[in-house]
Design a protein around this ligand. Sequence first.
Ligand SMILES: Nc1nc2c(ncn2[C@@H]2O[C@H](COP(=O)(O)OP(=O)(O)OP(=O)(O)O)[C@@H](O)[C@H]2O)c(=O)[nH]1
Length: 660
Amino acid sequence: MGSLHRASKTLKSLRHQLLLQATQQFDSSSRLSGSSDYRLLLARALCSHPRQNAKEAVDLTQYPPERIRNFSIIAHVDHGKSTLADRLLELTGTIKRGHGQPQYLDKLQVERERGITVKAQTATMFHNSNEPQPFLLNLIDTPGHVDFSYEVSRSLAACQGALLVVDAAQGVQAQTVANFYLAFESNLTIIPVINKIDQPTADPDRIKDQLKSMFDLEPSDCLLTSAKTGQGLEHVLPAVIERIPPPPGEGSGLLRMLLLDSYYDEYKGVICHVAVVDGMLRKGDKISAAATGQTYDVLDVGFMHPELTQTGVLLTGQVGYVVTGMRSTKEARIGDTLFHAKTIVKPLPGFKAARHMVFSGLFPADGSDFEALNHAIERLTCNDASVSVTKESSTALGLGFRCGFLGLLHMDVFHQRLEQVTFHLSLSHLVAVLWYVLLDLLTMLEVQNPAALPSNSKQRVTASWEPTVLATIIIPSEYVGPVITLCSERRGQQLEYSFIDRRAFMKYRLPLREIVVDFYNELKSITSGYASFDYEDSEYQQADLVKLDILLNGQAVDAMATIVHSLKAQRMGRELVDKLKKFIDRQMFEIIIQAAIGSKVVARETISAMRKNVLAKCYGGDITRKRKLLEKQKEGKKRMKRVGSVDIPQEAFHQLLKVS
Ligand SMILES: Nc1nc2c(ncn2[C@@H]2O[C@H](COP(=O)(O)OP(=O)(O)OP(=O)(O)O)[C@@H](O)[C@H]2O)c(=O)[nH]1
């Protein structure tokens, strides 16, 4: 009894020391000096958190669904969700404050560099409420950008609630609207969080009014926080526990798990993030995947705390990871249902399927770099199964790849990550969107690569369809004029136009092709950076599209073919021809550059031949000798033009593509 008492005293003094340390640590911290409540909570979390008790394994069987809350944080880019996620992880003792890297959940290098969240991450926390046992909280961080709304919908499928974070100065932005509706349509409990209230321009009351008028969210339900100073954070987790319902599911039912995400780990192989909807999973079980029909042994099970932590078991309502013998992430179909082998279950409803809308042809300038590029792409796609890759060969650019992406930023981020690993290679990118064309009223073609479309052969394009997006644009009212002009130049169709709180709220249907190139940059520049823009995929619309070919001395250059609206074909043809002229060096014979729609030439330029001075060695005034030499040169040129296809160095195309 005596020794037990001593042990308990030692533990108490240890806790006291920790509390003291933590308090001192945060006294010296300037960032959190604004909130004593937060500091106290933080210190308390450090002392009473299950992780605190040495390395003892966490017993997840202590957490039935009633003690679990699965939630997500959704917001417009930069409104502070990653920072808020960090603060919540600190508050619950899941990570230490000052862990050295801001935004713990933004793990990818490109995420840190660009300050955006690309891949959704999950972390489990324990929250000691006033009840005897802590709650298990699964926080799923979501990307804020439009292109990753697929990831957002995937994360939301595992949640019952979401914190909708809105900047206290900027207010509701285009992605706030999109994310709200994603969460609302998934029947999630939405907790509005007005963040960054420490800013001098913060106006929480105005934001409350916006949330009420746009989403019917009650002002009294809004939490006011500053993820920077810690102000108001103490109310967040209690609200999560009180307002968000526990995960539904049958604990005693047959196992059904939702596959949320997967990535490749050098040591463990493919790691799948899963949400257990019904039943229980144990290490050593055999599981099957509904989509692929493959069966695997469960080699390791655990949860993200926030690093992988083995538990050997996952119960109904819990979110964690599973390691099986999968060799590639391609086997892990996101949204798939995993269940015990030899049982029969109804697959869970899938997610919004990833649709590749934008394609990019990637070609190395030096053909011998093809293998290096192949290797780099394989490495990147093993952690981003949402990119599709096929090999491609172009007469102008040599061997390369055609990659499909979810959207523009997705493509941009992929290119940037590719550049980080292939900085020594010179690559060129060709961008296209997915079109459908009807040939001869009979054959429907899916066109990812314009070069694949017949130009003026026997087959005739009778109709074509292009993808469109539904764009939401929010701007200060003084910029309405230029934005309307921009949208109509881009063939946009206005669907909605209203004013909220001195800002114009517009909805447009725009062809995806028109926003692929520079739309967002132009929108930002004509609105001095104030525009907020978001889009969602919409239907295909019929359009008068034509294939624009670029010909060099009568021969089409496959890599330069594009599909454009007939009204824009001439202007685009002129631009391409002018640019190409700048990049092609003069040769011994004349080069004719043409832009053509079928057999109709819409733009033309000529690069005259280099003229060798054949008379250089001919001193004196023998005119007949000179004439003879010039005649011979003319003959030679004619022959060259006839036989010689234009030998353009690949470098010229690469230069051109880089510029355009
Ligand atoms: N003043 C102030 N700045 C904040 C606050 N919260 C976050 N920030 C800053 O706002 C910027 C954006 O924060 P993030 O947490 O990266 O925003 P995010 O919403 O996760 O952005 P994405 O990952 O791109 O979607 C960072 O510079 C933060 O330091 C706050 O409460 N007050």
